[in-house]
Ligand binder design. Sequence first.
Ligand code: SAM
Ligand code: SF4
Length: 329
Amino acid sequence: MLADSYGRVATDLRVSLTDRCNLRCAYCMPPEGLDWLPRPELLTDEEVVRLVRIGVTLLGIREVRFTGGEPLLRRGLPGIVAATAALHPRPRTALTTNGIGLARLAPALAEAGLDRVNVSLDTLDPDVFEKLARRRRLDDVLAGLEAAARAGLAPVKVNAVLMRGVNDHEAPDLLDYCLERGYRLRFIEQMPLDAQHGWQRATMVTAEEILDRLGAAHTLTPVGAAGRGSAPAEEFLVDGGPATVGVIASVTRPFCGACDRVRLTADGQVRNCLFAREESDLRGPLRAGADDAEIAERWRAAVAAKLPGHGIDDPGFLQPARPMSAIGG
Ligand code: SAM
Ligand code: SF4
């Protein structure tokens, strides 16, 4: 088991497959992109699969989510998914993607054993998309969503981040779009994880504001904390249900006490929290010939050291050195 000293057990592994991306979302990256990790530092497909296998067979991981950066840029993705889905016990498999390329890849990924997909969609306006993501690719994302649903990667979830003065007026439109197509929408509060350190508590769009905006167009009824478990989203029935909308209030209503996640970066570092300031290297021992038991032991120690919370509200809070795209969101 991957237990920490506060009684939490990590069973949900987020694997970043690359820090590169074909978008430049303003809450994530600067327009010019970042200094990408040098290729030799990235785990190979075989190394990723070995670490996932150790996590699943020796450490109690039950769900594996591939992310990045943009995971669809990783050519070996279908093979990595297939190897993951072939493990015993079989973990649930999921992907978080910006949707570009999904129109083409969704059938192959479903075939490989991918169970679910989360697609990021912050706006339905091509001009706002271009302003926010600095690329004119809205149509590709919408086509990706459709293809995911057709391929049976259900329920298709949509992640949206609202930025004040950019797309915060679109919350009800995004909800209607998703309701009409059976996608499950979740709004994520913007977190201080952008590479350019532009996040400001005073200007971020809070969960409360999002709910107010949605509430003006629909009746929202809380599904209730009992059903939430370790899921970060607070769920609300829309107009009596059965459709729901979620709000992930990582900043204003943190859920660290119920966290069951652990992260592996594309260069083989375990992070026990998005906001961790320290990482534990698994790539070095892996390449030096460590056996599975030794790697598992290092991984256990990394999770055991997890802090109780992210501390965004602490006066001494320091943003982690790596941005979201390099950690794996
Ligand atoms: N490129 C893929 C995508 O956009 O879905 C996967 C990686 S991205 C880092 C994962 C998720 O993190 C996306 O839903 C994105 O909107 C979200 N995200 C990125 N930066 C964020 C921030 N500063 N605050 C909150 N969510 C953020
Ligand atoms: Fe790329 Fe995802 Fe970051 Fe947007 S949020 S820049 S799509 S990694």
